[in-house]
Design a protein around this ligand. Structure first.
Ligand code: SF4
Ligand code: F3S
Length: 371
């Protein structure tokens, strides 16, 4: 009897596609690193991914800008084609699938016919106000679709802050009553990959974790996997030595900005944001927001946008230093004594070893301290 595509293992499919062993091992090495696993796990990841069957995956887009789809399509390692065709098997994705209208809806029905047999990615928030009429597809509300498709899925992966925590559409006064998947479909298995947009490395690594260990990766209290959201931007930032040395950009384009100094005083929310952007970067690992010269806006935190704006107003305090230290105090301390700088660095290092999840109350911006 002939094998259908779903009967083949990923190893067989990749071989048939001409993906070399070398490229495959490079991919597995990158995934092992992204999952923060020791390097020797690469062989185990490779064996598991080779032997696995392609998981059926459908991608739902609701109230969104398609930025996460853009992120998916800009993937280079593996390429978008490899992810879509060989690893993830995206069986339904309105924006990139050839089918449209009734054909597209039929594809969704077919892919999700068997309860518990597929994964769902959701991009975009779900409006609930006025019966959910602000986002409809094929005559059905996003809320109705999410409740059926996510409700019957093996698991749901939210891609981007809008589907995870409702994001920008929910910015005050939240005119459409936008919510994230967890609130729209309570009680289902959800893993959140927030970000504006999410980094496709984290999506692929989440799937690879599932294929390797048979379960989704462990998460924090906000449903985010630790491997991607276990540490603050501030802890891994390349400008961190300048923060510790009290060297801050005071004005866009000044000498400090040109020299790559810390962007804290320009409103960087890195000290209050958990994400691995500094480590996995974007565009073939060439850059990320802070490397490009702009502060982090905290796009992956719950309640972004409201708690992270105004974007260029600085956080008044840096959570997690034992004592709350303002940037000015850090600068003064460095000027007073070099030993002080070493002491502060020691505190910071200790903090890096024990990161505590951010509470919403920690990121309320103090009007008086804004510069
Ligand atoms: Fe980097 Fe921002 Fe922290 Fe400065 S405040 S070290 S730019 S994350
Ligand atoms: Fe967002 Fe900050 Fe990363 S703005 S993309 S969490 S650097």
């Amino acid at each position: 009897m002939c094998k259908t595509p779903l009967d083949h293992t990923l190893g067989e499919i990749l071989t048939r596609k001409g993906i070399s062993r070398r490229s495959f091992m490079k991919f597995c090495g990158a995934m092992t690193a992204a999952l923060a696993l020791p390097a020797h796990y690469t062989e185990r990841v490779a064996a598991a991914v080779s032997a696995a069957k392609k998981p059926v995956l459908v991608w739902l887009e609701f109230q969104d800008c398609a930025g996460n789809t853009e992120s998916l399509l800009r993937a280079s390692s593996p390429t978008a084609a490899e992810i879509i065709l060989d690893v993830l098997s995206v069986d339904y994705h309105e924006t990139i699938m050839a089918a449209a209208g009734h054909q597209a809806e039929a594809a969704l029905k077919q892919a999700t016919a068997e309860k518990g047999s597929y994964l769902v990615v959701v991009e975009g928030s779900i409006p609930t106000k006025d019966g959910g009429i602000y986002c409809t597809i094929g005559g059905r509300t996003a809320l109705d679709i999410a409740q059926e498709i996510c409700g019957n899925a093996l698991a749901t992966i939210t891609c981007g802050t809008c589907s995870a925590y409702c994001g920008l559409p929910a910015a005050a006064p939240n005119p459409t009553g936008a919510v994230g998947v967890t609130d729209a479909v309570p009680g289902i298995t959800v893993i959140n990959l927030p970000g504006c947009p999410m980094n496709v490395v984290n999506l692929t690594a989440t799937i690879v974790h599932y294929l390797t260990f048979g379960e989704l990766p462990p998460t924090d209290q906000f449903g985010r996997p630790f491997f991607a959201y276990g540490s603050k931007i501030h802890n891994d930032c390349e400008r961190r030595p300048h923060f510790d040395a009290g060297q801050f950009v005071e004005e866009w384009g000044d000498g400090g900005h040109r020299a790559g100094w810390c962007l804290y005083k320009m409103g960087c929310k890195g000290p209050a944001t958990y994400h691995n952007c500094a480590l996995v970067r974007w565009n073939e690992e060439t850059s990320w927001p802070i490397h490009a010269g702009h502060g982090c806006v905290g796009c992956s935190e719950p309640n972004f946008w409201d708690t992270m704006t105004p974007i260029y107003r600085r956080l008044p305090k840096v959570p997690g230093f034992g004592i709350e230290a303002t940037a000015d105090k850090i600068g003064l301390g460095v000027a007073a004594t070099v030993g002080g700088a070493f002491a502060l660095h020691g505190v910071a290092s200790a903090v890096r070893a024990k990161v505590q999840p951010l509470q919403k109350s920690q990121i309320i911006v103090d009007e008086e301290d804004a510069s």
